[in-house]
Design a binder for this molecule. Structure first.
Ligand code: NAP
Length: 527
């Protein structure tokens, strides 16, 4: 049952007088659930518990933390249909998507559990002493990754499971050894409360300290701001708008002790269609992209918002077919009336730039809050002159840029903001022939795709989900895949430390049996 309370560690709490409700975008009315916004006192208590919990949690062996993560996955599954129904009600997304995203979320938790059980992620690096070294003896130095401390995680609107309460940010931070305080997303606070219950049940079941996880409700920016400013918070994870991400990034950097903010923000995910793709497979790619642009009402950070090609008949044919195909697709509900409003505004703003022409615009009747797809086109020259056209329109929208030649195409790519993904459609020979284009695209993105669509992010160790600013605030890290753990740790070196007092990972006899870099060689052998 959804109570609308916060979780301050294991304890449900509703001290705040300010309340709000979530919204059912399909029915276009408020849900029956009322949520209590967290108070300053509750935030402070969550931080106090998290700080105490950190002292114990960081020292708990990885294998035990792995049991905790696996238990969270089990408890999420045990919530059964009521959880799926809360997700569907609060997001307007279909049941199939909810079930798929729940599976992905449980898979992420288990992937981090596997990582902890294997253990080498800690990057143990050992350089043994050389007392006889001349002119000076060398100390014994041993380094490994250690957790930052309590972190604040902001749930994302567009992934109520996989990028929210127990999503990739939370799973990676808990795996790293950091207690987590979630700032629940106000659009799906009920889903968040149920998932929080699963995390707390799992923590109790596996003997984790009270305060290792808290969930705070809020429908305004104050709770998030207080969290980021709190001296006991040591890192922040965020997925959402550039405006929100940058506000938090700025706040974090203005603290007496600045802290890292890993914000994943806007991306229009450019797609370059090379000649062979348009000449030989134009119809195929038009159908694929009509589907990709409208998938999930276009509410994916990897939605293809920009398609680039070189002017000519094949590009004209592709554009016409894309328009025909996309108009056949029935619109679907967007996540919230505010997201829908933002989409309509963004569409209007780009459409009103005089240089654009309409390729397709769904003008049929549809219920409130449904995202009606639109595709525009513009010349490369006009695109370069007008930065408004470079903006993300979050929803089923895309802009086709028709460049006069390869040089202009390269120029357009070099003038784009940083992106999560870039896609090339063509053949392998063209990848060599258009090496300059490929290089220009690669310089702006975190993931480069050949002959595919950018929507659909595989969760695996080799995935990079993060790119040059403003796709993310730090392009060296990913928010998807097990490498995401690296955001929540820092290296610590132990110099001439007594053997018996070293962390297990750094002891000579390698009790954890992990791969380590010993005197320049990777090995799992004892020293
Ligand atoms: P958002 O407005 O950035 O909000 C995300 C979270 O950050 C919310 O919990 C919000 O709290 C908080 N927040 C926002 N501004 C803040 C500030 N100045 N200080 C403290 N906290 C702040 O994103 P959204 O609500 O999910 O969606 C709005 C738009 O973001 C979308 O239309 C879309 O353009 C973009 N978006 C992009 C992606 C992506 O992956 N690139 C994903 C989702 C959304 P409150 O809501 O409580 O104020």
């Amino acid at each position: 049952m959804i109570t609308g309370k916060n979780f301050i560690g294991e304890k449900a709490s509703a001290k705040g007088a300010k309340t709000y409700r979530t919204y059912d975008p399909k029915k276009n009315n408020e849900t029956e659930w009322t949520f209590h916004e967290a108070t300053k006192e509750e935030i402070d208590l969550a931080l106090k518990k998290a700080t105490t919990a950190f002292k114990a949690y960081k020292g708990i062996p990885g294998t035990e933390k792995a049991k905790f993560l696996r238990a969270i996955a089990e408890e999420i599954e045990a919530l059964g249909d009521p959880l799926i129904q809360a997700y569907v009600t609060e997001s307007g997304l279909p049941e199939g998507r909810a079930i798929g995203e729940r599976g992905r979320t449980m898979g992420q938790l288990r992937a981090f559990a596997d990582l902890l059980e294997e253990g080498s992620w800690i990057e143990a690096t050992i350089d043994t002493a050389q007392p006889e070294r001349k002119p000076l003896p060398k100390s014994d130095i041993r380094k490994m990754m250690e957790p930052l401390g309590p972190v604040a995680i902001f749930g994302a609107s567009n992934f109520p499971f996989a990028f929210s309460t127990a999503g990739g940010d939370t799973a990676s931070a808990l795996a790293a050894g950091c207690p987590v305080i979630v700032k629940s997303h106000p659009m799906h606070a009920g889903t968040g409360e149920l998932v929080s219950l699963a995390v707390i049940r799992a923590a109790k079941r596996t003997g984790m300290p009270d305060g290792v996880f808290s969930n705070l409700n809020s429908s305004g920016i104050e709770v998030g701001q207080q969290l980021v400013m709190h001296p006991q918070i040591k890192g922040v994870g965020f997925t959402g708008s550039i405006k929100g991400g940058m506000a938090l990034y700025k706040l974090a950097n203005e603290r007496p002790e600045p802290i890292p903010v890993f914000a994943e923000m806007g991306s229009i995910n450019p797609v370059v269609a090379l000649p062979s793709a348009l000449e030989e497979k134009g119809d195929h790619w038009a159908a694929q992209y009509a589907g990709s642009i409208t998938l999930g009402a276009g509410q994916f950070c990897t939605n293809p918002g920009l398609i680039l090609g070189i002017k000519g008949k094949p590009l004209d044919n592709f554009v016409a077919k894309l328009g025909q195909d996309i108009i056949q697709i029935a619109p679907s509900a967007m996540l919230h009336p505010n997201i829908h409003k933002g989409y309509e505004q963004g569409k209007k703003e780009l459409s009103s730039q005089g240089e654009t022409a309409i390729v397709a615009s769904y003008d049929g009747d549809s219920p409130s809050n449904y995202g009606k797809q639109k595709v525009l086109t513009v010349s490369g020259t006009d695109f370069l002159k007008n930065s408004v056209l470079h903006r993300e329109v979050f929803g089923p929208f895309s802009l086709v840029v028709q460049c006069k030649d390869e040089r202009e195409l390269e120029n357009v790519l070099l003038h784009l903001d940083g992106q999560l993904t870039g896609t090339i459609l063509g053949n392998a020979e063209e990848l060599r022939q258009y090496g300059i284009i490929v290089d220009a695209l690669k310089s702006r993105v975190g993931r480069i795709i050949f002959n595919g669509v950018p929507t659909g992010v595989e969760v695996c160790p080799s995935m990079q989900h993060g790119g040059p600013f403003p796709a993310s605030t730090d392009s060296r890290f990913t928010s998807v895949g097990v490498s995401a753990i690296k955001r929540w740790v820092r290296p610590v070196s132990y110099q001439d430390w007594p053997q018996e007092l070293l962390p297990e990972a750094l002891k000579n006899n390698n009790p954890l049996n992990i791969m380590r870099l010993v005197n320049g060689t990777y090995t799992d052998k004892k020293i």
